[in-house]
Ligand binder design. Sequence first.
Ligand code: C2E
Ligand code: CA
Ligand code: CA
Length: 643
Amino acid sequence: MSWNIVPECISIIILIIIWVYSRKGSTLPTLKNQLFQSCFFVTFCAMATNIFSTIMIEYLTLFPIWLTEFTTIIYFICTPLMGMFYFFYSASVIYNDNFLKKLILYTSIPAIAYVLLVICNPITNSLFDITQTYGYVRGSLIPVTYIIFYIYCLASLFIVIINRKKVDYQIYKILTTFPLIAGIVIIIQQIYPSIILSGTAATMALLIIYLHLQNRQITMDALTNLPNRSELFGMIEILIQNNNQTPFVLMVISLREFRKINELHGQVKGNQFLKLVSEFLCTITDSHNVYRFGGDEFAILIQENTQQTTENILIQLQERMCHSWYIQDCRIHLSTAIGIASYPSSAESAEKLMIAVEFAVMQAKRNPQKDIYYCDLEVMNALKRREKIIQILKDKIADQSFELYYQPIIDMKTEKFLFAESLLRIPDSPLGPLYPNEFIPIAEETGLIVEITYQIIDKVCQFIHRLIEENIEFTSIHINFSASQFNEDALDQKVINIIDKNKIPFSKIKIEFTESTIAKNVDLVTDFTNAMAKKGIRMGLDDFGTGYSNISTVFNIPFGTIKLDKSLIWSAIEHPRSAIIVKNITRAFQDLGLSVVAEGVETPEHIQLIKDCHIDYVQGFYYARPMPQEETIDFFKKHRYAK
Ligand code: C2E
Ligand code: CA
Ligand code: CA
């Protein structure tokens, strides 16, 4: 019989291309990656020996018979082994390494027995015989080759199906596809034995796996060509598994205020800058140890001589950061915030190590004076406290048990308390009383603030109901909104729904947010405030004078009031020039038709300043501290008839 090896020749070229590309993907020395490479190797051997053996059999006289027989033997060995390695690869996606190793040990027995059968073939001729006279002759046991292959294909299908709940649906689909393809093609090949298709089937299977499970986009960052965060995680897991308590260091470098580069110079230059930084990092340490950790964050794994290497890297990094970076005609100057965690002293698992280092970076980002945070005892205790606070917040969300305090705000003209700001309180928790300055930033970073704010709006609505029932005169109750709130889809509709459900007038609510909130989400905030204004909900700018101030923002958003931050009021007492600023700012806002609120008013001197500056409303301990709902109602009642 003469065979058609064209499909096999084309397939081997495709196989080589995928193989080359696959080697640029994940470089982690995981069993899964090694098995994937083994699949390529056996498939390549099977296809190459198949092509050569077919040619040699066709032109039998041109080659020594032993060489033809040897090539064919290798082909016979490789073909079922292909099935076996694909089975191992499927298992590596599903099972952890320890179980996998045992599985490999037991399930390789049929393949080993088969290999022995092939090795004995020159004596037994049970699979095939090649002679000058008769050429290639099939042996009686040749179906064993296919059976072994089928067994492994079926085993692949079997383990994927029984574990379908454990694996992602996408992975499930991929892993069930390739044994099916292989099986179908082998059946076709048996029907049309002259067309050799086994390699084509294998190449198709490998292509599918490569595209979905092993390609470089999954593991490498396209911009910087560095392995990504999930590769880092995988590498840390491997280090922990293999090295048994051998220390290593994980350093994360965050570029402070990187966002500003994008804003000032555009995203293209921002990307070029990230590339420059990544290239620089690869020069100060072995480039294999550098990872892209996040948008503006890089990670370095330090495995040898950890203390000395860490210091060296830090010195070189800080030295470089003292100088500017140039991208064409742009000069960029940036500083870094660095977190450093060590294994095993900071944490003993990959997951905890990542959490610890992220926390250290966050601390460094918050503190402009301190660039480097080590995950030492202090930081780790702070991290533990933070985790407990997150749990407390989650529990409070679940049982809706947040307490709201209200701080009345006085109208200086009428001396009536016409407003109150709602302020969140956790007076009792397993950690004792917690204060907003600690738990609000955590709620914001974790996104929990979104749900918390919905609950606050609901509670404020119920409070407003009480005030109306009690016949208390008031203009509005204020609710604080954080920047992360604006990442919510359909925020405006959700807010409107809560107020609607409570059937209170929209105008009784004022939303306070800061300029930094606006700066982070200009378009979202503008759209949101316009939607709110349409409904009659009031808007107030909070913390004016805390560094973000930019009067133009005030024009784009329908604010009714501007709240001067307490630091501005306090500084006006100390410095006469600040007092002049407060006075003029107040005038300017009032000329624009806005009312001005002062917060942090504590002393008679503060009151004098307020009067001198003709500020409209006052909030501060001088008049009232934040207090629980019932006390606030009593307070309002008591001051009902003020002047
Ligand atoms: P903020 O919005 O600027 O709130 C005013 C803060 O100033 C409150 O602190 C209030 O107790 C305090 N304060 C008022 N008058 C005086 C005074 O005369 N002297 C002094 N020293 N302080 C005064 P609090 O309640 O600790 O809240 C701190 C920050 O936490 C708030 O600043 C706000 O940014 C945030 N926050 C509080 N409750 C909420 C909330 O429900 N949601 C959101 N998103 N943030 C909240
Ligand atoms: Ca406020
Ligand atoms: Ca404030």
